[in-house]
Every structure is written in structure tokens, then in C-alpha cells.
Write a protein that binds this ligand. Structure first.
Ligand SMILES: N=c1c2ncn([C@@H]3O[C@H](COP(=O)(O)OP(=O)(O)OP(=O)(O)O)[C@@H](O)[C@H]3O)c2ncn1[C@@H]1O[C@H](COP(=O)(O)O)[C@@H](O)[C@H]1O
Length: 112
């Protein structure tokens, strides 16, 4: 089991339907608040990642980029769980795209 699978399993166990307790679990607290709270965190964490990258360029230190990226990935895992999706499904989508040039794919779209 990969770390993504293990964290996803923990997140799933934090759903209120699975006995998660918002008093003791950050993830359960997010699930209790619902879609908007989770989406707000995704927006915040994405912005924090952007700022960390800008700072990293200025300071020549990319350490904070890793930290903020982990925050964004973690909250994305919570969002996936909210929609009963799994990290494996995202990995499968990346695998499906593997080797297909983004430029060629875009050019092949019907509206291109
Ligand atoms: N990977 C994480 C993880 N990364 C970040 N966070 C939390 O995400 C929260 C938001 O981070 P911020 O820096 O934005 O903090 P903040 O500004 O105070 O945010 P708010 O509380 O205001 O939303 C913090 O409480 C972090 O501790 C995480 N909380 C949990 N996990 C994983 O989820 C598991 C289950 O966590 P619990 O449900 O809390 O037991 C843990 O064992 C970990 O594996």
C-alpha cells in the first residue's frame, strides 16, 4: 500500500458515516462542514503553494514548496473522498494520458 492509499484510507475512516469524530479529527471536522469548507481549503492551499513558489524563486530555497504542495495534495485527497473517488483513479487517469503530448491532445479537441 502506498502512502497515498494509506492516507486515503485514514481519510475515509474519518467520514462521519464511518464513525469519524469532528471533536478529535481535523478531517472529520472538514467532512462535517461539507463541500464549501473543503473547497475553501483547496483554494487557500493552492494560493499558499503559489506564494511559496514565488518566495522560493526569490530566496533560492524550494523547501517550502514541498511543504505547501503536501498540504494541497492532502486536501485534494479529502476532496476526492468527499466525492467517493480514490487516488488510484487519479493515477489511472494520469496513466491513461501517459505519452500523449499535451499540445497534440489539445489540437485534437473538436473545438480546437
Ligand atoms: N496529512 C495531513 C495533514 N496535512 C495538513 N493537515 C492539517 O491541515 C490543517 C490546515 O493547515 P493550515 O496550515 O492551513 O492551518 P490553519 O490555517 O490553521 O487551517 P484551519 O484550521 O484554519 O483550516 C492543519 O490543521 C494541519 O494540521 C493535515 N491533517 C491530517 N493529515 C493526515 O490525515 C490523517 C488524519 O488526520 P485527523 O483527521 O486530524 O486525525 C493524519 O493522520 C495525517 O495522515
Amino acid at each position: 500500500m502506498t502512502i497515498l492509499d494509506r492516507v486515503a484510507a485514514t481519510i475515509d475512516s474519518r467520514k462521519l458515516a464511518n464513525g469519524g469524530d469532528p471533536a478529535t479529527s481535523y478531517v472529520s471536522k472538514l467532512f462535517a462542514k461539507g463541500d464549501d469548507a473543503i473547497l475553501k481549503k483547496i483554494g487557500e492551499e493552492a494560493t499558499e503553494l503559489v506564494m511559496a513558489a514565488k518566495d522560493a524563486r526569490a530566496a533560492g530555497d524550494a523547501g517550502k514548496v514541498l511543504y505547501e504542495c503536501a498540504d494541497l495534495w492532502f486536501h485534494s485527497l479529502v476532496l476526492l473522498a468527499q466525492f467517493d473517488l480514490t487516488p488510484q483513479q487519479v493515477l489511472d487517469e494520469l496513466a491513461r494520458r501517459e505519452g500523449v503530448s499535451g499540445i497534440a491532445e489539445k489540437a485534437a479537441r473538436p473545438d480546437a
